[in-house]
Design a protein around this ligand. Sequence first.
Ligand code: ATP
Length: 343
Amino acid sequence: MSGLVLKGVSRDFGPVKAVNDVDLVVPNGRFVCLLGPSGCGKTTLLRMIAGLDAPTTGTISIDGEDITRQPTHKRNLGMVFQSLALFPHLTVGGNIAYALRIRGLSKEEQARRVEELLALVHLPGYADRAVSKLSGGQRQRVAIARALAVSPRLFLLDEPLSALDAKLREAMQVELRQLQQQLGITTIVVTHDQREAMTMADTVIVMKGGEIRQAASPVEIYRKPADTFVADFIGSTNLIDISRDGDRAMLLGRPTAVPLPYGVSKATVSVRPEDVELTAPSSELPEAKITFVRDLGGAIEFFLDANGAQVVAVTSPRARPEVAVGDRVGLRLDPARSVVLTR
Ligand code: ATP
């Protein structure tokens, strides 16, 4: 099979299963983000793909070639880590040309390639600058250019943007995605920031406890989370109990059109705040009291108490309902956008 393929990959550290029986296919040219909370195993998984750590069990292959035991330097990878590890005594050009020199390229070829890469990362003419005199974002770009110098077949990045301030970080996410699309290089990024993953990735892989909970496009992960952990980890959501009462499904004390699968007596519904509509109270709809309103300018959040259950609804300022703290309202949940989760 073409692309990167992991089969039954595990990594134990004594009793700790850092990565547990992971199967994964990354087709060539994809941008994949490994996403999850601290300690979920994403760095360990990336390190095994990089050859910096060996799986306890399982195999890793690229384009059908088994690389499980192949040393890092033979894998033809480009890597960027959080620390960047630029050589402080070398110029920008010296850093980028480092691997080219080892590969025996002539001085002219090195200079040409360095300028090509600097143009790619929007730093044309920077070859003779000292890396110590660059800003955080510029250093990031140099690290990326250096990793791409040898035209790697896999581009691996571990929390590459986490040292940057929020604005620069967002700009670099877009830049990194555009660069990847321009080059068509298979890219795997470790991050714990869901917005970052959703900005850049074709496929987001959500991990927990060493296992993959869901691997899908950002929109699918957001709209059709596989379980309550994924629903809660990606964006904000309301997790509301749903239960069976005879042949009806009940939600927040009222019969609901949200379908409960046959044979299931209790589950959790994930419904995004933008899919909760506030209406006039009605005997057919769950009722709630507004406890707090947060006006963020671009969006307005309503915090609600529905018989003890906490619910959040979001509207745009243009669709703002005429309600205030203390008012009682009806809650309309869009069944098509309510996901029933049984785990
Ligand atoms: P973070 O976002 O905090 O970097 P992560 O998702 O990248 O977390 P890993 O670094 O892969 O997580 O660690 C997964 C688990 O394996 C953790 O419980 C960690 O303590 C453990 N672990 C990782 N490396 C080692 C090691 N060299 N020796 C022992 N345990 C380790």
